[in-house]
Ligand binder design. Structure first.
Ligand code: SAM
Length: 348
């Protein structure tokens, strides 16, 4: 008792204190979204006013507001709080650009981390859902995610090409929600757009086509590994497609394009693991192995995938000219996309 251990425990205590605080903030944000706090804060309100509206404890409600202010989500003036512009755009349910669905995905996913021991011991039952069912959920999240920034940036970028302006037929391969195809059809009225995806997913695509009343967007249900993807396309666009680094799919795309047509392929090309974030994300990627998806160890990579430089060489070898390689972190002004590239290749 009167002896000191060899090392001061402060480093370890600090680490736990820090991660515990981040976890508390995580659940505080979850609660703020669950209570739809941001729906109430389009105008300045005091903690008491908000607590009255929400029927919550005024004392704790005030702390939540203070913390949201310190996190940069709320403004504070004369003892009252209001959404910053960011919260109004992205965190209110009635905003066209709200990202509440994709954010809720974090709160859903954290449950796997609570069960990490069971996952490690292979004791957690793999959800036995089909690939189509799984992707039907994924694409709804991706639709909300992309429509507030990435979608418009990509549409604007692609629509600058003369090949796009003159195109008559476009394929959005593994298009999921179909928002890219829908957007392209709005930018070129002479364009017929086709969304190719798994049959179950296509049922969801149809709902998006209807929602946006997109008259020139059609669907093709199939599996791009085994089925015909059609022909005579002037543009084949594909985004975050599990076959997007696979040479067999690239060859299929080449054969389906008209001469002079463009292949625009936006993909995540992670080749090295650099930091804790990568390790965490790659662990998560390996938690479950849905049937029919041949995952490799690094996230978003699959059996048969080529590395970025190999993929580019392969495209050239089959007759594509590389017109551009877009660094998506620059296009989207977001470091998160540092491993994402959009390849623009022309069939010569
Ligand atoms: C990550 S999502 C990308 C959706 C959309 N392109 C985007 O960028 O937001 C991958 C898409 O690939 C589709 N997909 C996966 N495997 C497929 C296959 N074998 N044949 C056709 N589509 C497939 C999924 O259904 C899903 O829509």
């Amino acid at each position: 008792m009167l002896k000191f251990p060899e090392e001061n425990p402060k480093e370890l205590l600090k680490l736990f204190e820090e991660v515990y605080s981040n976890a508390r903030i995580f659940y505080l944000l979850k609660t703020a979204l669950d209570l739809n706090i941001f729906d109430y804060l389009d105008e300045f309100k005091s903690a008491e006013e908000l607590a009255r509206g929400l029927k919550t404890d005024p004392f704790l409600t005030e702390y939540i507001l203070k913390i949201l202010h310190k996190l940069g989500i709320l403004e504070f003036k004369d003892n009252k709080y209001r959404n910053r512009g960011l919260a109004n755009i992205y965190l209110r349910r009635d905003s066209e650009f709200n990202i509440i669905t994709p954010l809720n995905y974090y709160f859903e996913n954290i449950k796997n981390w609570e069960n990490l021991k069971l996952i490690l011991e292979n004791k957690l039952k793999n959800k036995n859902e089909s690939l189509g069912k799984m992707f039907s959920k994924v694409i709804k999240r991706m639709a909300d995610e992309c429509k507030c920034w990435e979608l418009k940036k990509v549409l604007d970028y692609v629509s600058k090409y003369d090949e796009f302006k003159n195109a008559k037929k476009l394929l959005d391969l593994a298009g999921g929600h179909g928002l890219y195809a829908i957007g392209f059809s709005m930018l070129n009225e002479n364009l017929k757009c086709y969304v190719f995806d798994l049959p179950e997913v296509i049922e969801e695509t149809k709902k998006f086509i209807e929602k946006y009343n997109a008259k020139n967007v059609f669907t093709i249900a199939g599996d791009f590994y085994g089925d015909d993807i059609g022909s005579g396309y002037d543009i084949i666009f594909t985004s975050y497609n599990p076959g997007g680094k696979n040479p067999k799919i690239a060859k299929k795309v080449y054969d389906s394009l008209n001469k002079g047509g463009l292949f625009i392929n936006k993909q995540f090309f992670l080749e090295v693991e650099e930091n804790i974030m990568d390790y965490l994300n790659n662990m998560e990627w390996n938690f479950f192995r849905p049937k029919g998806l041949k995952k490799n160890k690094l996230r978003y990579t699959f059996e048969g995938d080529l590395k970025f430089s190999e993929y580019i060489s392969y495209l050239k070898s089959i007759g594509f000219e590389i017109l551009d390689i877009v660094d998506m972190s620059k296009l989207l002004d977001n470091e998160y996309y540092s491993s994402t590239k959009m390849i623009v290749a022309k069939k010569i």
